[in-house]
Ligand binder design. Structure first.
Ligand code: AP5
Length: 220
């Protein structure tokens, strides 16, 4: 697989490490990490029309309506930023989005190299989600035990303030798991049947998971 033109989709439960691995991989292979959750949270912060519509769904742990996320993703993939590849994280999350992505890829004449599935039992990700802290300023992601910042509450990268996402509260996490089971998990079969499906054990530590990811993608 050519690392100069890597085009991959990351699929997996909340807290499986898609964002963490997306950021590390994007630096290594110099392709953009397109995280739809991050784009939506940016829109919420900016109080744009999209953000205003998306906020209540995100905070309740529900999927934002397809008509908002499909257009947003299409716009990103067709932009110059993704000309030489992308890591698409958090899209698709249901069959309607998966079919829309297929259509977009055909229209843009893009072939995916792989769909990487981050396999991990939901019971293992509760601690990852409740312990996650994110930077208000640059979006860097930490964990109070697994990846603590050097100074509590302060981002190592930019000095910004760390916060806990509203949807990382226990009650909302339960709803996200339900949505994942009902709507996103069926995509595993969808992509297994299409081929190019790669599964990695996402229950290991951060370095070990990245090692597995690089290995299945053929990146040194
Ligand atoms: P989104 O932000 O995409 O959330 P998610 O898919 O639930 O994924 P997370 O960000 O929670 O987890 P992750 O897998 O990226 O894990 P991370 O690397 O951060 O979406 C949020 C919301 O936006 C959705 O609920 C929905 O409302 C909306 N949305 C987004 N996309 C949408 C779409 N397509 N359609 C409709 N709505 C959409 O890691 C988690 C923690 O664990 C971190 O603290 C990290 O430091 C730690 N960690 C990571 N890897 C490891 C490891 N290997 N070992 C130990 N700790 C680890």
């Amino acid at each position: 697989m050519s690392k100069e033109a890597l085009r991959v989709v990351f699929l997996g439960p909340p807290g499986s490490g898609k964002g963490t691995m997306g950021k590390i991989l994007a630096e290594k292979v110099t392709v953009p990490h397109i995280a739809v959750g991050d784009l939506l949270r940016e829109a919420v912060r900016a109080e744009s029309e999209l953000g205003k519509k998306a906020a209540e769904f995100i905070n309740a742990g529900k999927l934002v309506p397809d008509e908002l996320t499909i257009g947003l993703t299409r716009e990103k993939l067709s932009s110059g930023e993704c000309k030489h590849g992308f890591i698409l994280d958090g899209f698709p999350r249901n069959l309607v989005q998966a079919e829309a992505l297929e259509k977009t890829l055909v229209e843009l004449n893009i072939k995916l190299d792989a769909v990487v599935y981050f396999a991990i039992p939901l019971s293992l990700v509760v601690d990852r989600l409740t312990g996650r802290r994110s930077c208000k300023n640059c979006g860097a992601v930490y964990h109070i035990k697994n990846k603590p910042p050097k100074k509590e509450g302060v981002c190592d990268a930019c000095g910004g303030e760390l916060y806990q996402r509203k949807d990382d509260q226990k009650e909302v996490i339960e709803n996200r798991f339900k949505v994942y089971d009902e709507q996103t998990a069926p995509l595993v079969n969808f992509y297994v049947n299409k081929g190019k499906f790669l599964e990695i054990d996402a229950s290991l530590g951060i370095d070990a998971v990245f090692g597995r990811l690089a290995s299945v993608l053929g990146i040194n």
